[in-house]
Design a protein around this ligand. Sequence first.
Ligand code: SAM
Ligand code: SF4
Length: 357
Amino acid sequence: MVRSASADAHALKEINCSSVSLSTLDTLQRPLQSLRLSVTDRCNMRCTYCMPEEDYKWLPRKDVLHYGEFTSLVELFVEAGVRRIRLTGGEPLLRRDIFRLVEQLTALNALEDIALTTNGLRLRDCALDLKRAGLQRVTVSLDTLDEKKFRALTRRDGLRRVIAGFDSMEDAGMKGTKVNTVAMRGFNDEELGSILSFGIERNLEIRFIEYMDVGGATDWKSTQVIPKIEIISILEKQFGAIQALPKTDAAPANRFQLQNGTTFGIIASTTEPFCQSCNRSRITSDGHWFHCLYAVEGTNLRELLRENRMDELRSLIRSQWEQRTDCGAEDRLGLAARKAQGEDPDHPHIGMHVRGG
Ligand code: SAM
Ligand code: SF4
């Protein structure tokens, strides 16, 4: 029933290569196609799996890119093949008038997809402006429907506000909203079915994510990871047989279908990494480019950008991607005693909230 990871990787490589003939290819023939912009490292939650500390050393404000600077960088990445942008963070809706960045990206007329991932706390206030600006899709992170558990996980109140955010998205006419749910043993394993039912009621596609040992997730333990196979068996007990769907795009989720036709996804980044087909890279809010979520160091693009050395930037982007060998999640599979990369206070870009989830 479940396709093997290597069959999917092979199929995806074909999808990648056929759909983006102009993209720059790395050493594993993976196209430079999808870019995540972490527009801020600030967040109005403190999810225990992402920002376990209360206080952080924030990136200096003077280094944070303006919207025009992000747009100039995106133009260069478009020339190198990028067609899909996701705004993330930190919490992207904390950036003032973030819809202005969406407007600028839309005006490039070169992107197939502009999406945003949010914790949903400020969606109520932003949904209409985002839709008008041209945002195509939103993913909202929601790991529990229980207020007490929500508070324990995020260390903030706000479940009702997040749920009101879904209503605002619908009122604004935004279609295709997805929900990211990190599955964690001992936290929400008994709620996975209710979250899927919540998605069915509201026409939201749920994507369960395996708990990852990314930088920042300092409390991560392998025993808390609920592997894809177990997520399926938990859901089958409630919903009956589940069918795996073939891959149709290079997105990280494996998609599944219930007997009633409901579809959902599982992102098995911890137990079945998809490095072989990974076409994603990310830029931090201070302009550092990371070729892999697990890469230790990024490349500072900000200085060349602020000195207007666009030709140098252009060739640096292409040449770095052509030399890319990263398979960070696969490398971590081989680690004997696996633990999160840690929250090194001297490493300003290690946390997931800095490099963008
Ligand atoms: N603040 C926004 C949000 O929460 O949606 C965007 C940034 S957040 C870093 C992006 C995604 O990364 C969220 O869906 C979050 O659940 C996920 N994430 C963060 N830490 C994670 C971890 N240790 N394992 C799996 N997913 C994680
Ligand atoms: Fe939670 Fe997103 Fe903030 Fe991380 S960046 S603490 S996942 S809301």
